[in-house]
Ligand binder design. Structure first.
Ligand SMILES: [Zn+2]
Ligand SMILES: [Zn+2]
Length: 166
């Protein structure tokens, strides 16, 4: 049993609240999807449309996300748990930088494009943190076809190349 299934009380009991309020939360989410949302992790107000993405569902400050999509942008998930950023990966075609998220409720792993206004320091910190992931987590990512990028130069090149000059 993967560790994250046993550990879903933390970090902010989103699973319980998410389940109880899921219908209401979904309506709210639909109403506000074009404008902004409040981060489930740090509470920041985040605009949903930013340069480089039309389906942003992760926080530009702390990079946490929320399990709202089953397919990209469909907002059809009933899970609604918070999604923890695990690390960064490079998209095979095009060399684009992606954030790897894992749902704290159901364990789903997804890749998300970074947005133009994502906090560069948070991205670099995430890169550093991802070097300390345990083998079990890394192997789980590899089983999903995801290989984390741990090369700081590559990541910084993507950040400044994509977000800084457009
Ligand atoms: Zn946040
Ligand atoms: Zn989930």
């Amino acid at each position: 049993m993967p560790r994250w299934f046993e550990d879903d009380e933390s970090p902010e009991c989103m699973k319980h609240d998410g389940k109880r309020l899921s219908h209401q939360a979904r309506l709210l989410l639909k109403q506000t999807r074009r404008l902004s949302f409040h981060c489930v992790h740090c509470g920041s107000e985040v605009p949903t449309e930013a340069s480089n993405t039309k389906h942003r569902n992760h926080c530009s400050i702390c990079l946490w996300s929320r399990h709202v999509d089953e397919s990209i942008g469909d907002r059809s998930s009933i899970c609604l748990s918070s999604m923890e950023p695990l690390g960064l990966t490079i998209k095979r075609d095009g060399g684009e930088l992606m954030i790897v998220h894992r749902c704290t409720g159901c364990g789903k792993i997804v890749k998300n494009r970074i947005a133009g206004d994502d906090n560069a320091t948070s991205l670099v910190n995430l890169l550093d943190d991802s070097a300390n992931l345990d083998d079990h987590t890394v192997n789980g990512l590899v089983a999903n076809g995801i290989h984390l990028c741990l090369e700081r130069e590559v990541v910084e090149g993507c950040i400044w190349g994509n977000g800084g000059t457009s």
